[in-house]
Design a protein around this ligand. Sequence first.
Ligand code: SF4
Ligand code: SF4
Length: 435
Amino acid sequence: MKIMAQMAMVMNLDKCIGCHTCSVTCKQAWTNRAGTEYVWFNNVETRPGLGYPRTYEDQETWEGGWVRKANGRLTLRAGGRWKKLATIFSNPKLPSIEDYYEPWTYDYATLLSSPASSTFPVARPQSLISGKQMNIQWSANWDDDLGGSLEHAAKDPMLKGIEDKVKFEFEQTFMFYLPRICEHCLNPSCAASCPSGAIYKRSEDGIVLVDQDKCRGWRMCVSGCPYKKVYFNHKTGKAEKCTFCYPRIEVGIPTVCAETCVGRLRYIGLMLYDADKVLEAASVENDHDLYEAQRDVFLDPNDPAVAHAAEQAGIPLDWIEAAKKSPVRRLIQDYKVALPLHPEYRTMPMVWYIPPLSPVVDVVRDTGFDAEDKGNLFAAIEALRIPVEYLANLFTAGDVEPVNDVLRKLAAMRSFMRDINLGGDPDASIAEAVG
Ligand code: SF4
Ligand code: SF4
């Protein structure tokens, strides 16, 4: 057993209001420089939607992008007769600046010159591209303006196979926000794909960084990261990425995104894990087993044998104590309500999510009860507004059972707390029913 420590984050999606404060404060701190205008180390996506860069989850359709092999693994696609050479020497297709977006400003002249209209704003986003003034058709989180209901949202790759469960009519649409940073993966494909050895995972806390002196601008990391969380600075010619705000973490303060989060939904903490088990867990045959396989590499610091082994491995005592109390560890390991984003990418991501317990459309409409009513608690889960299959496509490689388990726990907790808040006796059988 090789015990290592890892900084991790859990985000509770029910609490995200999509205000983008996290993105803006991160940008002010880290990418407020020439060459990184289009870069959002932290972005917030409206789902369903195409994400940022758009269609990053659909890299199988990109020429030279990712392709799924017969055994279910994702691998880089090599094009035509170039095969391996194409993969090695000409970087597989990268997202273009149009897939991210060209930073733009409004053409304010149209505010004065446009004819009266029942819709607004009339100012159009415009940018100077190759010397030409262009109307902008896309930017980071363009989907927000589309309300999760129209053309772009319908093209969300995570809707594949569940189209019959989704209705793009206003009364029945669903949406939620998905904030994303680099996953600081246990098995980071960005580092594995860098020919210069410039990307490294810090041994003390697992934060993944780019050594700016070693980076030669190959951009293999950009195509190699399935989450598309490495960005190319076109002024310096180097790759850049989220640093988990390591200068702040080192002096005991949280990341900028967590500290400024309006919804208070980001939990930060330490996890202990067995590094010897990582590759085995990342290689399990069936995608549906990946979530549990990854959870199993985590160790419980409350187990005296683990705490002792961690101390022997050189992990500071106060870190071991912090791991015991870590809210991230409790949400992932004890309560089992947090799930990894796209475990099927097999990089073992370390930013996990509590899925949203959305309004229960049919039950609310037909009976007036909601998901907190204990009489309808479990029936209600069946009528969730967000299809469970959609959440499963994001968090458990399509396996609905673990998502259902989490949603039942969240509903039970709400019901339990409602009883307390209303001054009644909480019904312990509800909590017992969901373990
Ligand atoms: Fe690397 Fe991408 Fe994982 Fe971040 S999310 S550690 S950039 S592979
Ligand atoms: Fe969501 Fe918090 Fe970011 Fe606002 S600051 S968008 S609530 S994660």
